[in-house]
Design a protein around this ligand. Sequence first.
Ligand SMILES: Nc1ncnc2c1ncn2[C@@H]1O[C@H](COP(=O)(O)OP(=O)(O)OP(=O)(O)O)[C@@H](O)[C@H]1O
Length: 769
Amino acid sequence: MTTAAPVDREAALQEIRAGLRRGQQALADWENGRLAVSAVPGSGKSTGMAAAAAIAIARHQLHLNRQLVLVTFTRSAAANLKAKVRGHLKALGLPQTSFTVSTLHGLALSIATRNPELSNLNLDTLTLVSPSQNNRILRACVEQWIVANPNSYYRLIEGRQFDGEETEQLRRQSVLRTEVLPSLAHTVIREAKSSGLMPAALLDLAQNVNHFLPGDVEDYDVLTIAAGLYDRYQTLLSQRGWIDYDDMILGALRTLDDPDSRRFWQGRTFAVFEDEAQDSSPLQTRLLTLLAADPDDPHGEPNLVRVGDPNQAINSTFTPADPVFFNQFCDDCRRQGRLVTMDQAGRSSGIIMAAANRMLAWVNQAQVAGPETPFRNQAIAPVDPDDPQLGANPEPLGAGVEILSPPTTLDSVKLITQRVSELYAANPETSFAILMREGRQGQFVGNLLRDPDLVGGVDLPAMGLKFYDVGEQDRQTQVPEEMLTLLQFIERPHSADRLKGALRVLVDRQRVPTQDLNALAQAPEQFLYPGPLDAPPDTEAARIARRYCAGLLRSRLELPPYSLFSFIGLTLGYNQSELATADKLAARVSQQIRNDDTLAAAIAVLQDIVGSERFTAVDTEDTDSLYTRPGQLTLITMHKAKGLDWDVVFLPFLHDKTIPGTLWVPPQGEFLGDFTLAEVARAQIRAHAHAGFAPGQGEIPDIISAWEQAKHLKAAEEYRLLYVAMTRAKRLLWMSAAQQAPFTWSKPENVQAANPCPVLPVLREWMGR
Ligand SMILES: Nc1ncnc2c1ncn2[C@@H]1O[C@H](COP(=O)(O)OP(=O)(O)OP(=O)(O)O)[C@@H](O)[C@H]1O
């Protein structure tokens, strides 16, 4: 027998550290307590975090019962980080069980479901409410609220003025019942719940709202209405035994309220490292801080390392995440000498970083998004000459930054095609992306690019360039196939093939540990229902597999085929969009089996769907690298592009109507006033959540001030989104605003004169300096 050569651990540790740049090393040198790492785009946050994790594991000799908990925002980020940490641990000869990597919700769910009696969440019985079920619940809440609050409802119908005319009354009722109130409920529940506010607390908050308004402005007591809707929502969810995403976090927090449980989790958690910390809600941060605390010194410093870029916070208008919180954490840490700034980035050419810096400085100084500045004052710097990253800060292509204003949006696309063909001809290994603000712009571009005649005869595919339209591909997920595999197992669990198929899916989705599935599947009956004389594999991994399989089989007895889809989605740990796909699939299948509502019929329909071209499963192993392949032009939204990069990035439709854009009051809702109730309520709740976080915050603003704040919030976020988009480019950042642009992107052919986003003239002037 040969033994592996002993690892010179100290040398290996030094080597890992030497592969880091300055800011990353400061992260790797963390020893205990809190640490804030504020990082610029392209600075290598995950590279730094993976190395820091491995070093901490080695230094503190962590193991299965004393682990480092790494938290990331998405599952693919979790997979990437895990692979990096594993690589380091292998080199160090350290146990792979010394750390976990999960998404925040994944972590919360494992804490909550380990002690169902404390969290009230039981993995065997809970159902994650799907988006469409959620919509139905919201509608039900609205109907119940109307019955219980006829006066408030009538007050809304009256709006700012009303002459009592009957058809107008009916129209207003319909707008309120189907649009305004469901949207208010949707926004408020999310916002309040993730800020840790339950309905009663929201009602209290409503008492503090300033109602001194000018005489001509209608007031509606929006938060009281919102609290009423929220209260009903909670009741309906619990009656049905459903949970939403925030309940997972709340369930975990309830578990940690229990002293024994808290001691258990805190005891096995040595420290928490959080990535993308700018995107966490207050509730999520509370969970991580609690977990990171020392059980013997609960009020001492938690071992909590939070890494993020407040300037890339782009979820604040649809989640309660707000860069205010992470900025505050950074400022607190700075006062104690616990702030690391990772300001060197190797991704882009100097001119691209300089353009992003110029944009950031101008937006902050011009106060284009209200009195608060959208960005943390933090410039991106190039790396040192001896930086470990090969080819850091590459030479620019062309001018590095190119800004155009062609006559129409069609001309923009023609210019892009032209530029791509030149650059691709010069170097077929170049990666390209067109980043759009909204999906409909993507459809417009996609349609043009698929027909060379429309774009001046340049035939990119004929030149060999690959084309990846992410919006289009998104529909092709693995969801249908996985559903089919699990339903087939549920239908015939005693078939070894089907059992194995199901186990493979469970392993691939990281529900069940990797193991020899043949050993489990060879005798399905014994594996699933072992009798006293049977000796099925009895490892921990096998027991986990059995538990999942038993849960699936039980669901067949308890649920109609339609509901099995979301149950399976939950079992497989689907993310929100995958759950939405599962839901859509369920709707489609159940429509086709209306007359034969059986599992067999559902399977037959699914087989058709999976077999058809439209739903061909894509390989989602590593979507990031699929999006950024060399020799490919990728069409993707700015939001999705976060975290990725390309040699050449096109930002074609930068008009002021989209960036920063304006908050919109739909015409049918104008009878209420020049605002939307949902945005008003959001800003009011946020003012409360930010109390103590941002200067001057804390008072709950009146309806008019709240609407003003909502506008600033949106503008600030749009500028950050533009910053994210600009910093995706490595060697050429191409930006344009056509002189004419569509009034709405649902009708791209209807163009009218359009102004550029105010950043463009500023950058142009700066370029010509
Ligand atoms: N120390 C290093 N040595 C070698 N390569 C590095 C190092 N640090 C970062 N890189 C490389 O730099 C690139 C950018 O890193 P990464 O994607 O982690 O940046 P980021 O900070 O997450 O950027 P963003 O926030 O803009 O998405 C990656 O290709 C990574 O491999």
